[in-house]
Design a protein around this ligand. Structure first.
Ligand code: AMP
Ligand code: MG
Length: 234
């Protein structure tokens, strides 16, 4: 397929190309876009068949769940059962490089969560990402925009070299500021379980929530046949 490539400056995100990219996502297509962590490969998070296209394009195992991206922290309530601890985390760290796992609502299809009853939600701070999500008026499911097994892309050229000809559109917004994946935590009643280390440290999380457990997936190798809490950590 022919991939549309849009170059957009982060200080000028109100480009008409954002609207065109949003139309592609709304009609079930795939768009790669920049965030402050790494580039994401996005599809409508409420469309089961669009989400399946992400796995096909990346060659990603279907049990490796996707993070859904929202344009404002409060939007998470449309897709997940948010609670007081979520909003405390949102006040402290969002928009930004923190992903929070909560029980999912039915609007999120199983193909997005790899069959889990939880969903991972993030609100990126990157202006292009937020304007794109706003223009779509739906959450965007997006793993990193690389072929499975390659490093996560931190600039437009990396995405083009992996996915040109395979997806509908690539927004090239230059370099990602952080260049490292988001921190992932799971809310477990009144404690947090850290599933993937990232830009937001366990110590920073402890300023908001007294108990932050570090998952053994972070500190130890998996035993044979063990199913990881965070499947992408395999
Ligand atoms: P990527 O966007 O490629 O960094 O991958 C997202 C990662 O988030 C996955 O590989 C999982 O490790 C993690 N993840 C997403 N959703 C969940 C979930 N519901 N439960 C546990 N981990 C998740
Ligand atoms: Mg990845």
């Amino acid at each position: 397929m022919e991939t549309k490539i849009f170059k957009i400056r982060q200080d000028d995100p109100y480009d008409k190309d954002i609207k065109e990219a949003a139309d592609i996502i709304r009609s079930g297509g795939l768009v790669a876009f920049p965030t402050e962590t790494v580039y994401g490969l996005g599809a409508d998070a409420t469309d089961a068949s669009a989400a399946k296209k992400i796995y096909r394009a990346k060659g990603r195992p279907s049990d490796n769940p996707l993070i859904i991206h929202v344009s404002d922290p409060s939007e998470a309530t449309r897709y997940a059962f948010t609670d007081e601890l979520y909003f405390k985390l949102a006040d402290a760290f969002m928009p930004g490089p923190l992903t929070v796992i909560m029980k999912k609502r039915d609007i999120i299809p199983d193909s997005v969560t790899g069959g889990l009853d939880t969903v991972a939600v993030r609100c990126p701070s990157h202006t292009i990402a937020r304007e794109l999500i706003k223009a779509c008026d739906t959450a965007i499911a997006a793993p990193s925009a690389n072929l499975s097994g390659s490093p996560s892309p931190t600039c437009g050229e990396h995405v083009i070299s992996d996915l040109d000809g395979i997806i509908d559109c690539i927004i090239d917004g230059g370099e990602c500021e952080i260049g490292l994946e988001s921190t992932i935590v799971k809310i477990d009643e009144d404690k947090l379980v850290l599933l993937r280390p990232g830009a937001i440290t366990a110590d920073a999380l402890r300023c908001v929530c007294e108990t932050v457990e570090i998952s053994s997936a972070v500190t130890q190798m998996l035993k044979e046949n063990e199913r990881p809490l965070s499947p992408g950590m395999k």
